[in-house]
Design a protein around this ligand. Sequence first.
Ligand SMILES: NC(=O)c1ccc[n+]([C@@H]2O[C@H](COP(=O)([O-])OP(=O)(O)OC[C@H]3O[C@@H](n4cnc5c(N)ncnc54)[C@H](O)[C@@H]3O)[C@@H](O)[C@H]2O)c1
Ligand SMILES: [Zn+2]
Length: 365
Amino acid sequence: MIRSFKSPAAYVQGRDALDQLGDRLEPVAESALVLADADVLEIVGDRAEASLRDADVEPTLEEFNGEASEAEIDRLTGIARETGADAIVGAGGGKALDTAKAVRENAGGAMVSLPTIASTDAPTSALSVIYSDEGEFERYWFYEAHPDLVLVDTAIVAGAPARFFRSGIADAMATWFEADAVRRADGENFFGEGPTRAAHSLSRLCYDLLREHGRSAVRAVEQGTVTESVEAVTEANTLLSGLGFENGGIAAAHSIHNGLTQLEAAHGATHGEKVNVGTIAQLVLEGRDDAFVDDVIEFSIALGLPVTLEEVGVDDPSEDDLERVARATVDEGETIHNAFDASVEEVRDALVAADDLGARRRADD
Ligand SMILES: NC(=O)c1ccc[n+]([C@@H]2O[C@H](COP(=O)([O-])OP(=O)(O)OC[C@H]3O[C@@H](n4cnc5c(N)ncnc54)[C@H](O)[C@@H]3O)[C@@H](O)[C@H]2O)c1
Ligand SMILES: [Zn+2]
């Protein structure tokens, strides 16, 4: 079997790391286009501009409209070409980073991910999730090149609403259970090749850091403070989960997430929140023993993560709703097939059982 491992060229994380943007880019760029939505520009705009100017990198700041859509990507690509920028800096959440990656693919130059929340695996990956202008999922775009630099300012991450940080933890927990299931099933990573031992170990390290530091890190972020636990969990959510999902492969938890997006009622929940319900259902699908599943549910509750369908907006789902979710979960292109040979009925029953276990634990809480 051919195995592969790919990653960004550099990852830099720490308090006030934003102020190093210019120095880190100066060896490779004379001008940079910084893309961020209005709220994020308020947070990073002046400092990014000053850092670039100090390093003699000509900055252009442009407001991103908030949706990773083809029309927005085309508009921003035009600006990148006009300014002749030889680096694209995406700042914000997953959508801003995915947009910047697409602009870099079109216009060329270096790509810098500057995540301002630790909410998803978007900063390190070589793909974008593309939506319509109305926000409906359309497709994935895959690129040959990873970002050249991922620059994470932990003080900014810790200053953002804690819900993003919690969601990132849920997404990162899934990384371990999915990579481990893929390895046991001899499945594939995102590059259609075998996962390396490195990918498996990094996914495990990701989970261990979350278990060791998750509770205190969430509390610290609720206070807007940066501690070593916040550093550890930011690294797990961003670097380790990012490397883990692409190189280790994903499985049922993310397919169940995609299934849940079929229900309008779940749209208010974040990516990570829906993934968490998917993780618990995956563990049931695997036939894990009661103590094991309970332990993951308890940990989720301690972090303030959803453990039932109701908690991701789906209260009292009909038979029909459950069937729709399960059917979408086992859709032909879904990653569940990477590790499971599961039918619609098996997924539906796992979801019902996971929901019941979550509700019982919550009631005992
Ligand atoms: N490419 C990938 O590998 C990958 C992986 C997972 C998810 N995704 C995509 O990522 C997107 C979800 O990303 P998300 O959950 O980060 O949300 P998002 O990008 O939709 O939005 C984040 C929101 O947080 C705000 N924000 C950002 N930083 C902030 C800060 N410091 N303080 C206050 N507010 C701040 C932004 O203004 C924005 O409104 C989806 O489109 C999903 O498909 C991509
Ligand atoms: Zn995810």
